[in-house]
Design a protein around this ligand. Structure first.
Ligand SMILES: Nc1ncnc2c1ncn2[C@@H]1O[C@H](COP(=O)(O)OP(=O)(O)OP(=O)(O)O)[C@@H](O)[C@H]1O
Length: 312
């Protein structure tokens, strides 16, 4: 399968400052890709170049079969985007807003408007004036507007800003459905790491204008529980000292450290099963066994410096 977006060796200077340095990443059809980074890392600048709102200094942006730099119009016909809060007319209804936008696109029928309204689950409120909408409803109307022309790539810059948990979940469901059912590739920037961990198939972390990590969360989720890799594991037990002795006897190579309510020891799935048996047979009660996987927040903090404008 070919990527719907392929960014390669992208560079951008503003004034004398290098804002983006040699950035390369791809988004596949049907994939939700998180675009993460500290304030000032260069996310919006990259997104603006992909959307054709900012000139590229060097490097390439391929959108489907089209060259985004040399053939911007055709390339952008495949893209829908929202940068921060979508602009809407508050005195018009949701449907009228979509109609205004549809009039600027070619071939958007009334049926298509009905279809996107259903997709973003605004059927019950589409006849209300937009000034009465919650932020979450405005965001979903923004998504409806962005997908009216059936883009293959949807780009959202910080769409979860200011949304409450219900609004975030609704947006997540809408994007998941677009990715799964219509094979739309989604590039979404956000600072909400826990939310991105739930929403994204992969994440790309940018720091000081460079891509510093790409992580395949979907593959990690699929392999979780199946892989027999050794991972740091927290053992919450009735008698931590006795547990430490028993675990040390069972795994002489292992490093056992005290932890809240128990001990910590790295072990594989099979080793965990053997250890639980041993502890229980020896009269130590096991309350929980928690394998620890690196969270997105930990990866983010490890790979980013905070983009304090150190590049020139
Ligand atoms: N028009 C401009 N003139 C000068 N510097 C700019 C301009 N636009 C962006 N920058 C600088 O480029 C860097 C990257 O900004 P950008 O908005 O792309 O970051 P971001 O990752 O989207 O940050 P945030 O998470 O805060 O939105 C910042 O240092 C910013 O100050």
């Amino acid at each position: 399968m070919e990527p719907i977006l392929q960014v390669q060796n992208l560079h951008k200077k503003i004034g004398k400052k290098a804002i983006i340095r040699d950035a390369s990443f791809a988004v596949m059809p049907g994939e939700i890709m998180g675009f993460l980074g500290p304030n000032g890392a260069g996310k919006t600048t990259t997104i603006k170049m992909i959307l054709g709102l900012l000139k590229v200094d060097s490097g390439s942006i391929q959108i489907g079969p089209y060259d985004g730099v040399k053939d911007p119009e055709r390339a952008r016909s495949l893209v829908g985007g929202i940068i921060e809060n979508p602009e809407m007319y508050g005195h018009l209804t949701g449907r009228q807003n979509l109609q205004v936008y549809a009039n600027m696109c070619q071939g958007v029928s009334r049926e298509r408007i009905d279809e996107v309204v259903r997709q973003v689950k605004l059927e019950n409120r589409i006849g209300d004036k937009v000034r009465r909408y919650s932020l979450g409803m405005r965001q979903r109307l923004g998504v409806a507007q962005a997908i009216l022309h059936r883009p293959k790539l949807l780009i959202l810059d910080e769409p979860t800003n200011g949304l409450d948990p219900v609004g975030i979940k609704e947006l997540r469901d809408t994007l998941r459905q677009l990715a799964d059912e219509e094979e739309v590739g989604v590039l979404i920037s956000s600072h909400q790491l826990a939310e991105m961990e739930l929403m994204c198939d992969r994440v790309c972390i940018v720091d000081a204008g460079q891509i510093v990590a790409v992580r395949d969360l979907r593959a990690e989720r699929a392999s979780a529980g199946q892989s027999d890799q050794s991972v740091p594991t927290l053992w919450e037990v009735s008698d931590p000292q006795r547990a430490a002795e028993l675990l040390a006897a069972l795994f002489p190579q292992g490093e056992i450290t005290p932890a809240a309510g128990g001990v910590q020891l790295s072990c594989s799935r099979k080793q965990r099963a053997a250890a639980v048996r041993q502890l229980c047979e020896s009269g130590v009660e096991v309350y929980s066994v928690i394998p620890h996987r690196t969270s997105l927040e930990e990866l983010f903090l490890e790979t980013t410096t905070g983009s304090k404008g150190q590049i020139q």
